[in-house]
Design a protein around this ligand. Structure first.
Ligand code: ADP
Ligand code: MG
Length: 702
């Protein structure tokens, strides 16, 4: 309803007996919005109690005050101009037409308000009545403010992430920004350690006891970060006191923390850490908060990933250029040495020299020195990836065990040596001699780092794909389908500072005394691994030991569809012409298994049940391998057949197949643990691997 400013509204009659003045005064006092009557100079002529409450002044203080006082400083000049213009053309302005107005309270705080204006005349004097409503407490306004705050904080972090090359600063800022935006007590970033068994607290704000920066937290699913790791997606905890999905540390409850929210940090879909916030209020976090934290986490993980890639690239580039340089020098040197050694040899054999003892000794010493020089240049060539490698399929398990054996005999007795390898580790495609010398170099470094003794352990792990940062260091980072075996050599020695770690692969970089270190050990390892199409990394911290990991390409391809390679490898690992007795009652399974075995160059005889199998075995049992299903319908079970064969024909290897997982097998009857078990469904590669590992076990007598 709009009224012309100069007309007097017609007010219906007030019930008899009530004084009109009293009524209007009462309405003015009881009115739910703040009301101010302002004259044409901007002076407040009248204010109601709501105005006093909203603006923090007494009614007495408001009367006589300029309305400009109520306008925030930044808006004041604009407000004066507006008031001036309004005075010339006063029209009613209803509530809600101006959204972003703020009023300044006596205490200096600003409150969000909506203001309605109506011009009016009293005794022919122009006034304006302003109705002011505080809207800061409205849920929709609160939400809008909150959303604006979230965007602002995200933008702030985004700017930082674009400019910043120092990841620690980003890590430090993320929880600070999360805590400020969400107005919570604690926020933290946890990063998963390479072994994925622990998280490390990378940064945080308002951290509780036991979770200081640098502390480790197990990634077991019974812990809250471990739970998130297993979920792989955001987790909201409405109340720690009733949480049952994981164990809540007492420190959280002691610190009065009640609700929480955590989102994963991802690197190509893989969880690498988490960003978590906690609050003392229950049920603090909803969709809006989750969206904010998710955006912040994805900004953070992208920046971390980029920084890591860049760092790795710069490091690799530097080594690359040093490599080119040394490679060139070593090459020229080798030519010179050829001439020197050749001439020395001629001299050695020269009659006059051979007769002269001193001269002969001198030539001999020169020849020895030139041989040492040749060794040195060959190391340099190794670093520069110019040595001649002869890669073949190397069985990791066997190699590590024999290395360990040799080291046990030669290294300090106070150094304990361990080997841990997975049950069916695929072979790797490398030069075995060079791999041994690389591992020896690493082991010698480990010994030097453990003068008082310690533990040196070798382990191997199979990786379907490499982590992003590692893949970037490959010469062909986009090559697909390659499986890697990570050989890790860990010591409990002194560890390295960041500066040493940075330079450890450089040729001639050593921290050891003259005569003890040449600085060529790790550089030859680096060159060898690169030349073998692999990646080598160092994890080390002062006082925390060192782990050197060689990611070497396996002869396997991930996925079973890479025929030529599977065939080639299988032919290497599985003896040719293996005679297999295949016992399988399902004709389809039997057919495909025969096809797989055919690819492995096996000679296959089939039987649909144990009775047929026994008659095929006869008394001479012309087979190398019994491959049998466990459940074979009515009659004898595959395990009984296996037991029988093992007893009567111990020369026949046994491989069981089953559609049940091993837990489901009747362990009393089926004790399959003694024999290799192949779970259905299997592909060609898995079948080949199972047979291969039986043969390796047989060869090594395991
Ligand atoms: P060298 O052993 O001749 O010094 P390397 O290239 O083998 O040369 O190693 C370079 C440097 O890296 C060493 O001098 C040492 O400071 C550091 N380093 C290598 N391996 C380890 C280790 N396992 N623990 C601590 N520091 C190591
Ligand atoms: Mg060394």
């Amino acid at each position: 309803m709009t009224l012309p400013s100069d007309s007097v509204p017609v007010i219906p009659a007030i019930p008899l007996g009530i004084d009109e003045k009293t009524v209007f005064r009462a309405i003015f006092t009881a009115y739910p919005d703040a009301l101010l009557l302002v004259d044409n100079k901007g002076t407040i002529a009248l204010a109601n109690p709501m105005a006093a409450g909203l603006l923090g002044y007494t009614m007495g203080e408001l009367i006589g005050m300029s309305v400009d006082t109520l306008v925030p400083d930044t808006n004041r000049p604009r407000h004066a101009a507006y008031r001036e213009a309004y005075g010339h053309a006063p029209v009613p302005r209803p509530m809600g037409t101006h959204m972003e107005l703020t009023a300044k309270r006596k205490d200096g705080c600003e409150v969000m308000v909506e203001i309605a204006l109506s011009p009016l005349q009293i005794h022919a004097l122009p006034f304006v009545v302003a109705a002011i409503r505080g809207i800061g407490a409205y849920p929709r306004v609160k939400e809008a403010i909150q959303r604006a705050r979230y965007s602002e904080h995200l933008a702030q972090f985004g700017h930082l992430a674009v400019d910043m090359r120092n990841t620690q600063i980003l890590l430090d800022q993320a929880p600070v920004i999360a805590a400020a935006a969400l107005q919570v007590e604690t926020a933290m970033v946890l990063l998963l350690e390479p072994n994925r068994a622990e998280f490390r607290v990378a940064s945080g704000a308002g951290l509780v006891r036991g979770e200081e920066v640098g502390a480790y937290i197990s990634s077991n699913p019974s812990t809250s970060p471990g739970f998130l790791l297993r979920q792989g997606q955001p987790v909201i905890i409405t109340d720690y006191r009733t949480e049952r999905r994981f164990t809540v540390p007492k420190a959280y409850l002691d610190a009065g923390l009640v609700s929480a929210m955590a989102v994963p940090l991802l690197d190509r879909g893989r969880v690498i850490g988490t960003l978590a916030v906690r609050s003392r209020d229950p049920k603090r976090f909803g969709d809006e908060e989750l969206r904010f934290l998710g955006s912040l986490a994805s900004l953070l993980s992208t920046s971390l990933q980029r920084a890591q890639t860049e760092e790795a690239l710069i490091h690799a580039q530097r080594l690359e250029s040093v490599g080119k340089l040394t490679g060139g020098i070593a090459h020229d040197f080798n030519n010179l040495l050829t001439v020197i050694q050749g001439n020395l040899q001629v001299l050695e054999e020269l009659g006059t020299i051979a007769k002269d003892r001193t001269a002969a000794q001198m030539v001999n010493a020169a020849a020895r020195a030139s041989r040492r020089a040749a060794e040195l240049t060959s190391k340099l060539l190794a670093f520069a990836r110019r040595q001649v490698l002869q890669p073949t399929a190397v069985d990791v398990d066997t190699l590590l065990l024999s290395m360990a054996e040799m080291l046990r005999r030669t290294l300090d007795q106070r150094i304990r040596i361990e080997v841990v390898t997975p049950p069916c580790c695929p072979a790797i495609q490398v030069d075995p001699g060079q791999l041994e010398s690389a591992l020896l170099n690493i082991a010698i470094n480990a010994r030097d780092a453990m003068p008082e003794g310690g533990t040196l352990s070798f382990s191997a792990e199979v990786h379907d794909t490499l982590p992003t940062w590692a893949r970037q260091q490959l010469d062909e980072p986009d090559a697909h389908g390659e499986c890697f075996v990570a050989i890790r050599v860990t010591d409990t020695g002194t560890g390295m500072s960041n500066e040493v770690k940075e330079r450890a692969f450089e040729p001639f970089f050593t921290t050891k005394d003259m005569g003890r270190g040449t600085g060529l050990g790790l550089s030859t390892v680096y060159g060898f691994v690169k030349q073998s199409k692999g990646v080598v990394t160092i994890d080390s911290e002062p006082g925390a030991g060192t782990a050197v990991t060689l990611y070497l390409p396996s002869t396997w391809k991930s996925g079973a569809s890479v025929d030529p390679d599977v065939r080639e490898f299988c032919q290497q690992a599985v003896p040719r012409g293996l005679r297999v007795l295949l016992v399988e009652d399902d004709p389809e399974v039997s057919k495909i298994t025969q096809a797989f075995l055919g690819l492995l160059d096996c000679k296959v005889t089939t039987a649909v049940n144990c009775e047929r199998a026994l008659s095929a075995l006869g008394s001479s049992a012309p087979f190398d391998l019994l491959l049998t299903d466990i459940a074979l319908g009515p009659g004898m079970r595959g395990t009984e057949l296996a037991a029988h064969v093992q007893h009567r024909f111990p020369g026949i290897a046994i491989l069981l197949m089953s559609g049940f997982s091993s837990e489901l097998l009747d362990s009393a009857r089926d004790t399959p643990s003694a024999w290799e078990l192949l779970l259905k469904p299997f592909n060609r590669a898995e079948l080949a691997q199972a047979i291969e590992s039986i043969w390796i076990r047989r060869k090594t007598g395991g």
